[in-house]
Write a protein that binds this ligand. Structure first.
Ligand SMILES: NC(=O)c1ccc[n+]([C@@H]2O[C@H](COP(=O)([O-])OP(=O)(O)OC[C@H]3O[C@@H](n4cnc5c(N)ncnc54)[C@H](O)[C@@H]3O)[C@@H](O)[C@H]2O)c1
Ligand SMILES: N[C@H](CO)Cc1c[nH]c[nH+]1
Ligand SMILES: [Zn+2]
Length: 422
């Protein structure tokens, strides 16, 4: 792993989210074909990219029942316990509608309404992600969304969605599932096909084709965010244990060749020990080709002069995940301004959040934690403002409103008020 001196330009930005010109063209063509050809186009792209010939896109109830039979009881229990933790965390995010009554009798408020329908993309190319099913479906359920649709690519050997994904969907409460992945899934969710009715919003992470397709359909439907390859930054001082730091860096590196794993530390000794440990542990990982590529291209150890400079470097990075492995990690929390999720102390390694603790693992990447939040219940609801003016309220304020309208040269606006003041 490269050991570098941190500076003000230190960042994780990769060009992945925009893709290449060629990838953009491929995605535009897929979307156009799905809009024109519906199910036939979706099936033909599934054959081309996933190597699976589908008769029907929708997963049958019997396939879900069969999936339960393919998992052992302890796995099902783990999925149920994780689901409970995620539900309980997201229920705390719920915000009620509200209304205030003013002295002049007017009433103002905000009505919270769940979206009618959402489509959740569950990645399935390199690995199946039952955890992402829970992380997408549960906040939508908690928000009150009635129609929750899942799309995920079929496995090329079984021609099915992996059993753990189907069971996680069932535990989380999603029944409408389609064996479709990539840009063709996003197009089907946005514009509909004979089998898949369109949805109002698409959420969920995916590879560059999924990300580009979400960008393309944005505007016709809402999207959550463009979640890119995983990232971890670790802020460590001399108290950190190199073996643990290296293990945590590699935990995200194994996701993707473009995943980014970064250590920021004022201790050169820790930097050198971690660099050695990463090389040692790398060789023992089953997905070591993916991990080595991501460590080589997007991994780095930044050495700073002080812990304060290390904190500032982390804020510049605005990482998806931040682990604080210092003597007194809680004391640094207040100084962290930009990070998708913050993991405090050596007993909270990042996978605690990926799978189990409750907070969402769909997080802003590529520096967007500067202005974006983790996927949450608000992503599945919308708000309407409520305005009720009594006769007295309009009489008291009507002249001011009409004057304001004329300030903008909008005479019809002013008259709409004044016609009620006579
Ligand atoms: N941020 C998060 O919360 C989070 C969570 C889980 C996964 N991820 C990320 O999601 C990504 C998952 O990617 P993946 O590839 O494993 O699964 P994926 O499901 O996103 O992509 C697979 C699909 O890509 C399409 N595809 C593949 N090659 C193509 C090509 N040449 N042209 C057009 N389409 C093509 C196929 O249709 C295939 O079904 C990883 O980058 C991972 O890090 C992020
Ligand atoms: N760390 C990923 C988000 O960057 C989420 C995930 C799913 N499974 C394991 N990890
Ligand atoms: Zn992960």
């Amino acid at each position: 792993m490269k050991i570098l001196q941190a500076n003000e330009q230190t960042s994780i930005k990769r060009s992945v989210d925009n893709g290449t010109e060629e990838q953009r063209k491929i995605v535009q063509k897929i979307i156009e074909d799905v809009r024109k050809g519906g199910d036939d186009a979706v099936k033909s792209y599934t054959e081309k990219f996933d190597g699976v010939q589908l008769q029907e896109l929708k997963v049958k109830n019997e396939e879900i029942a069969e999936a339960y039979g393919q998992l052992d009881d302890s796995t099902i229990t783990i999925l149920q316990e994780a689901a409970e933790n995620i539900r309980s965390f997201h229920e705390k995010q719920l915000r009620p509608s509200w209304m205030t009554t003013e002295e002049n009798g007017s009433m103002l408020g905000q009505k919270v309404t769940p979206l009618d329908s959402v489509g959740l993309y569950v990645p399935g190319g390199k690995a199946a992600y039952p955890s992402s099913v829970l992380m997408n479906v549960i906040p939508a359920k908690v928000a009150g969304v009635k129609r929750i649709v899942i799309t995920s690519p079929p496995d090329k050997h079984t021609c099915k969605i992996p059993p753990a994904v189907l069971v996680a969907a069932d535990i989380a409460g999603a029944k409408e599932i389609y064996k479709v992945g990539g840009a063709q899934a996003i197009a089907a969710l946005a514009y509909g096909t004979q089998s898949i009715a369109p949805v109002d919003k698409i959420t969920g992470p995916g590879n560059v084709y999924v990300a580009l397709a979400k960008r393309e359909v944005f505007g016709d439907v809402a999207i959550d965010m463009i979640a890119g390859p995983s990232e971890i930054a670790i802020l460590a001082d001399e108290s950190a244990i190199a073996e643990e730091v290296a293990a945590d860096l590699l935990s995200q590196a194994e996701h993707d060749e473009m995943a980014s794993s970064v250590l920021v530390t004022p201790s050169r000794t820790v930097a050198e020990k971690v660099a050695e440990e990463v090389q040692r542990q790398l060789k023992t990982l089953p997905k070591h080709e993916i991990a080595s590529q991501s460590i080589e291209n997007f991994g780095a150890i930044y050495v700073t002069e002080t812990i304060e400079e290390a904190v500032e470097t982390v804020n510049n990075l605005a990482p998806e995940h931040l682990e604080i492995l210092t003597k007194n990690p809680m004391s640094l929390l207040g100084q962290i301004r930009h990070a998708g999720a913050i993991f405090i102390g050596r007993y909270s390694p990042e996978p605690v959040g990926d799978y189990f603790a409750g907070p969402n693992h769909v997080l802003p990447t590529n520096g967007t934690a500067r202005f974006s939040s983790p996927l949450n219940v608000d992503d599945f609801q919308k708000k309407s403002s409520i305005l009720y003016y009594s006769e007295n309220a309009l009489k008291d304020n009507g002249e001011k409103i009409a004057a304001f309208a004329r300030l903008e040269g909008l005479e019809a606006h002013a008259r709409s008020i004044e016609t009620r003041l006579k």
